[in-house]
Design a protein around this ligand. Structure first.
Ligand code: C2E
Ligand code: CA
Ligand code: CA
Ligand code: CA
Length: 279
């Protein structure tokens, strides 16, 4: 085109073009994945440090890609967000968690809460409560069957609106967790303004608690402060006995991580519950 500005000509590159083509192709495949039920959920148990038993799980999405095998969210969530498809995918996750809970209940298993990760777009879009309400109703479940994990960046995008939405979700009876805490820039004192029930200490701090003094101090501070605000604390990414020991002494309430179990398919998680796997 003759009227193309110099600026635009300068930013054009074959690499950029290739990336756009790739993104479009992935968008097409993601739509197909939704239609053809190619998404699956894995479940990672959350364990209580006093009791040593499983108290629930976090649902983590995977994509059973026809040509590339099982893909983790790191390989497709970004494109899903950019294209807005994350909203439909997120709604699928809520439906799928509830359907799974109903299937487990059918087999006589107790209903322990399963946490779902919310994307900022899905949260802002404003139909989370409606979606959860319907999924619970469709499957004959109560609000305690599902929990929501929200990140600090998500609530900070529009604090006033976020607070109202969260109050509404709480009113409905949902448990809200602050995910990845410590990776953003807000203090827990500020986040106290939002109705969170629990805080998840990000893996970045957990990794070095048993070695680095600074991370240990941060973890201790988060736990003390969260408890003083009557919030539960869960540490994510716990991989070693040393980390576990530190967190237990620090008074952390729950852990999640490879040390106890990786995220696993639904049947494996059910088996862990049935066998009463403990710390
Ligand atoms: P996240 O919410 O922080 O989830 C924890 C991630 O840490 C998961 O990665 C989990 O497999 C991994 N992890 C758990 N324990 C350990 C450990 O001991 N060591 C290490 N190194 N890693 C551990 P995953 O499943 O690849 O998910 C990555 C991210 O993708 C999640 O981070 C979450 O932000 C996002 N995600 C996953 N499922 C969904 C979903 O259904 N919806 C949305 N919107 N995002 C999702
Ligand atoms: Ca999470
Ligand atoms: Ca997290
Ligand atoms: Ca994390």
């Amino acid at each position: 085109q003759a009227r193309l500005s110099g600026e635009r000509q300068a930013t054009y590159s074959p690499e950029l073009n290739a990336r756009m083509v790739e993104k479009h192709e992935m968008e097409r495949q993601l739509r197909e994945a939704l239609a053809r039920q190619q998404f699956v959920l894995h479940f990672q148990p959350k364990v209580d440090l006093d009791q040593g038993c499983i108290t629930g799980a976090e649902a983590l999405i995977r994509w059973q890609h026809p040509g590339r095998g099982l893909l983790s969210p790191g390989e497709f969530i970004a494109v899903a967000e950019e294209t807005g498809l994350i909203v439909s995918i997120g709604e699928w996750v809520i439906q799928a968690v509830c359907a799974q809970q109903a299937a487990w209940r059918e087999r006589g298993m107790p209903t322990l809460p399963v946490a779902v990760n919310l994307s900022a777009l899905q949260f802002r879009e404003g139909r989370v409560r409606l979606c959860v309400e319907q999924a619970l109703r469709d499957n004959g479940l109560e609000a305690d069957a599902i929990e929501l994990e929200l990140t600090e960046t998500l609530v900070m995008q529009n604090p006033g609106e976020a607070e109202r939405t969260m109050q509404d979700l709480r009113q409905f009876g949902l448990h809200l967790s602050l995910d990845d805490f410590g990776t953003g820039y807000s203090s827990l004192a500020y986040l106290k303004l939002f109705p969170f029930n629990s805080v998840k200490i990000d893996r970045a701090f957990v990794t070095d608690v048993s070695r680095g003094e600074q991370d240990a101090a941060i973890a201790l501070a988060i736990i003390a402060m969260a408890h003083s605000m009557r919030m539960h604390v869960i540490a994510e990414g716990v991989e070693t006995q040393e980390q576990l020991q530190f967190l237990r002494r620090a008074g952390c309430d729950q852990i999640q991580g490879y040390y106890f179990s990786r995220p696993v398919p639904a049947d494996d998680y059910a088996r862990m519950l049935q066998e009463g796997k403990r710390l």
